[in-house]
Design a protein around this ligand. Sequence first.
Ligand code: COI
Length: 357
Amino acid sequence: MEIEMRQVKSDQLKPKPEDESKLGFGDIVTDHMFLMDYETGKGWIDPRIVPYGPFEIDPAAMAIHYGQEIFEGLKAYRGKDGGIFLFRSKENFKRFNRSAARVCMPEVDIDLAITAMKKLILLDKEWVPCTEGTSLYIRPAMLATEPHLGVRPANSYLFFIIIGPVGAYYKEGLNPIKIYVEDKYIRAALGGTGEAKTAGNYAASLLAAEEAKEKGFTQVLWLDAVERKYIEEVGTMNMVFVIEDEVITAPLTGSILPGITRDSALHLVRDWGLKVAERSLPIDDVIEAAKTGRLKEAFGTGTAAVISPVGQITYKGEDHIVANGKMGELSQRLYNEIVGIQYGEKEDPYGWREKIL
Ligand code: COI
């Protein structure tokens, strides 16, 4: 399918951020976006890159009422030589299609979506920042547009990709964050939509996150929905714990997001010969390990957050300091390796990196 291009007039291009070192996360978008429509019976139609701007949506659009919305998050990285790289982007679109299937939305043609994404990035390439710690965040998303108030899967959808320069996701940057172990609310239950990147999961997480924020925490650590016993994830990241010499993360049983950074980190630590377990880890074991000095490190993995060290875990009113509140050795090594591959500075034995400019 041919992608139509309608570009912003050169005198109407937006100003770029003046100081890239001050980029936060998610406030700035570029000049263009990609759109494509779907209708039952016709499939995907009218792929187009157009000036960035609001789109019209019917107040009865089913996404608004019943939450048929999914999204992805990935990044493009500017190398020191000015080149632009993607990292495992196909994995994001595969996950996008799995999310689509879970909430009865149509799958996209992965090759077409990736072609469109690359065209969009290259058109807005001046927006890919070059300061250390920055990147271009890519947000593909899909929503149900059919105006209808009965509950069923919609017959029309809009797929779109928007992009924008970002810095660190957390204001702490690479400094360790404080997390609050949530034992009242839950994020997702087995059999639910936890492994899909659908808007409702994030809506469900907000109240707990706000309450934790009021108490001074950056994020909440979710426990399993049934027993409030086993570690799940941290909403914007998967979690990894190093207890003695074992690297432990929750298994992909359906209630947590199958993170691509999680998978990359697991590949690396396995190849480094470390002992790795994807297993259900009781929070009590983590706390016990923290108390006895056996919890060496805790960190999150995610596209937006990369590798984010945890310096404090608070559970049932008790604070536990992890790795003396500093970034641990493994967190740092993983961060260096993953970022090194992403920005074209390290060897890429896995073929994860793709140069697009
Ligand atoms: C990401 O890591 O890209 C995410 O989508 C997490 C968050 C920004 C929603």
